[in-house]
Structures are given as structure tokens and as C-alpha cells.
Design a protein around this ligand. Structure first.
Ligand SMILES: C[S@@+](CC[C@H](N)C(=O)[O-])C[C@H]1O[C@@H](n2cnc3c(N)ncnc32)[C@H](O)[C@@H]1O
Length: 206
């Protein structure tokens, strides 16, 4: 994902250096986990991974990718959703994401604070997300929380859905790298309509 300092492209090199220096062991501590990519890499190498970070987005990714070891089934949620029959053989996560992609948009926290329409009262309205994408993010985020409150999600399912959202949002953000500032002209990625990157999450949660 787009995150400053993401070591995704460096982990193999890190591993090689550890090997070359004969640094051995069965456990690995990813102290400043960020995207959790480093922990994910060492988990796949069968290390027992411990990880930490100050940021909640990172905690969510750690729960989804590092702590979780099973494919979500959504046993309680799926019977409550009207899923078309032709999707019978899709994975449970695909079905839930498909449902989330079609839900009603909302003018919530993201819309009100990070889109031009939601901040039109400011001297310089904010352009972090397009108006439509801001509402889509709010609609999905609110729905996930509501399902949690209704006890329709297990803890793992909850964090996996949040991870799907977190993994996708950067691909639609009108920023250069961090959210400290937005670009003053719309980047092509920010005006695309939003689709969640469920496949990335699914491949990395097992
Ligand atoms: C350069 S990023 C880490 C990138 C990460 N290795 C990756 O591949 O995505 C640094 C991370 O350290 C975290 N961080 C900074 N100070 C920290 C602290 N005192 N305790 C825990 N995490 C901290 C930040 O929130 C940030 O996610």
C-alpha cells in the first residue's frame, strides 16, 4: 500500500542480510510495523511474529494479516444479506465485499472533513477525496461498524473488512504520499470510482 517508509520492496534484502550475518531464530519482532508488510514476510517464512505501532490503521492491518490465520466465513452475517444465487461459489469475503460495494453512500466523517463539498465553508476547501469517494468510504465504514455492533462479525472478520477498506483508500486519495497535505489539482487516481482491493487482503490473510 502507499505508505511512507513502506518496506515492502526491501524485506527480501533485510532477510538476506540477516541470513548472511547468521542471525537465526524462530521469532521476529516488527517494532514499527506500519503496513505490517515486514511482519507478513516473516510470518510466511514461518517465524512467530510480534509487532507493534502507534497508529490504529497499523493495528488493524496487524490484526488482519499477522494475528489472523484463517479465512473469514461470515457465518452470522451472510444469512442476513440478500446475496444473488449466481454468486454461490464465490468466497465469503468476496460476497461481503460485493455487498459493501453496492450499499448506500453516506455524508459522514470523511465526507465532512476531507472532500471539497463537505468543507466548502473553508477558505480553501479540502481535496483529499472526491465528494463521491468520500461518501462511499463513509457508507462502507459505517456499515462495518453497524455489523460489529449487531454482533454479526467475529473479531477477525471485523478487522479483515477494515483492512480491505484501509488497503483501498490510498489508491483513491488525492495526496502525494502522506495526508499532511492534499494536491491542488485532482490526480487521475482520485477521480476514479472506488472499488475495494479485496483480493490483496484475501491473499494475505491465510
Ligand atoms: C517508516 S514507518 C514503518 C514502516 C513499516 N516497516 C512498513 O513496512 O510499513 C514507521 C512507523 O513507526 C511508527 N512509530 C513511530 N514512533 C513509534 C513509537 N514510539 N512506537 C511505536 N510505533 C512508532 C509509525 O506510526 C510508523 O508506522
Amino acid at each position: 500500500m502507499r505508505f511512507i517508509g513502506n518496506k515492502e520492496n526491501l524485506v527480501e534484502k533485510i532477510y538476506q542480510i540477516l541470513q548472511s550475518k547468521n542471525i537465526l531464530g524462530n521469532s521476529f519482532f516488527d517494532f514499527f510495523a506500519g503496513t505490517s508488510n515486514v511482519g507478513q514476510f516473516f510470518k510466511k517464512k514461518s517465524y512467530q511474529v510480534f509487532s507493534s505501532d502507534l497508529l490504529y490503521f497499523s493495528y488493524v492491518l496487524q490484526k488482519a494479516y499477522i494475528e489472523n490465520n484463517s479465512e473469514p466465513q461470515f457465518d452470522k452475517l451472510l444469512p442476513k444479506l440478500a446475496i444473488p444465487n449466481n454468486l454461490l461459489f464465490a468466497k465469503p469475503l468476496d460476497l461481503v465485499i460485493d455487498y459493501l460495494n453496492g450499499i448506500e453512500q453516506k455524508e459522514g466523517f470523511i465526507f465532512q472533513n476531507y472532500t471539497p463539498k463537505g468543507t466548502e465553508n473553508l477558505e480553501i476547501p479540502r481535496m483529499y477525496f472526491s465528494n463521491e469517494n468520500g461518501k462511499i468510504i463513509d457508507g462502507i465504514r459505517t456499515q462495518i461498524e453497524q455489523w460489529k455492533e449487531e454482533a454479526l462479525l467475529s473479531e477477525n472478520e471485523y478487522f479483515i473488512l477494515l483492512a480491505c477498506l484501509i488497503e483501498t483508500v490510498p489508491f483513491y486519495a488525492n495526496i502525494s504520499g502522506v495526508y499532511a497535505a492534499f494536491q491542488k489539482i485532482w490526480d487521475a487516481r482520485a477521480v476514479k470510482k472506488y472499488i475495494k482491493s479485496v483480493y490483496y487482503v484475501r491473499e494475505h490473510t491465510n
